[in-house]
Design a protein around this ligand. Structure first.
Ligand SMILES: [Zn+2]
Length: 208
C-alpha cells in the first residue's frame, strides 16, 4: 500500500492513483484513531524539499471549525494535503476555483469533502431564528439549498452528512474540469463526515 510518509520525495505523489491516495488517507486516519500518529513530513528538511513546489496527494474541503484539524486527523504533514476550508464546507465560486487550481496545477486526483457533526453553519441552516450578516446569510443559504435538494428537515446530524454529499456533488456540477476528470476516472471525489465524539471519519461514498 502506498503511504505518503514512507517516501519524502515530492514527486512520488504524482504517481499515486486516486485509490492509492484514498487508502493512504485512510491509513493516516487509522493511525490517528489508534493513537499511533507518526507526524510525518514535519521536519525542516521537508520544508526545504517543498520550496520549489508542491505535489499534495489529496485535497480536502472541510469546515473551518477549530475542532476539525485536517492534518492531525489524517496524520499528514507539510506538502501532503491541499486544504480548502469554509464554514459548513460549502461549494461555491471561491471554493470551486481553489479546487480547480489544485486539480489543474497541482495534479490533485482525490478530493474529500468532509463535514462534521454539530456543525454551527449547518445548525444555522436548519433553524431560522438566528440573525445573520449578509455574507453569512449567503453561506447558510448555500447549505439550505443543499438540504432542500435532498428534502432534509431539521435533523442536524443527518443534515451534516447530506450537506457533505451535496457539497461534493456541487463540485462536479459546478466545474467542467472536475466533471471531465471524474468521468475519465482521473479524479475521485469522496464525501465524509467527522464524528466529533468518537474522532472517527465516516466515509459516505464517492460522487459522480
Ligand atoms: Zn462546521
Amino acid at each position: 500500500m502506498a503511504t505518503f510518509d514512507q517516501n519524502p520525495s515530492t514527486k512520488t505523489d504524482m504517481t499515486m492513483t486516486p485509490e492509492q491516495s484514498f487508502q493512504a488517507l485512510k491509513a493516516g486516519h487509522e493511525r490517528f484513531m489508534a493513537g499511533k500518529s507518526r507526524h510525518p513530513h514535519s521536519s525542516a528538511h521537508r520544508l526545504k524539499q517543498l520550496v520549489d513546489g508542491q505535489r499534495p496527494m489529496a485535497a480536502i474541503l472541510s469546515c473551518s471549525d477549530s475542532r476539525v484539524p485536517v492534518e492531525l486527523l489524517f496524520d499528514a504533514g507539510f506538502g501532503d494535503l491541499y486544504v480548502v476550508r469554509t464554514a459548513g464546507n460549502t461549494s461555491y465560486s471561491d471554493t470551486i476555483g481553489s479546487l480547480d487550481y489544485g486539480v489543474l496545477s497541482l495534479g490533485i486526483h482525490l478530493i474529500v469533502v468532509m463535514g462534521h457533526e454539530r456543525c454551527g453553519a449547518v445548525t444555522a441552516a436548519c433553524t431560522s431564528e438566528e440573525t445573520l450578516t449578509p455574507a453569512l446569510s449567503d453561506l447558510v443559504g448555500t447549505i439550505r439549498s443543499n438540504l432542500k435538494r435532498v428534502g432534509m428537515s431539521n435533523d442536524v446530524g443527518a443534515a451534516c452528512r447530506a450537506n457533505s454529499m451535496e457539497s461534493a456533488r456541487s463540485l462536479v456540477h459546478g466545474s467542467a474540469l472536475m466533471q471531465e476528470r471524474v468521468k475519465q476516472g482521473t479524479l475521485r471525489i469522496e464525501a465524509a463526515c467527522y464524528t466529533l465524539e468518537e474522532g472517527a471519519i465516516e466515509w459516505l461514498g464517492a460522487v459522480s
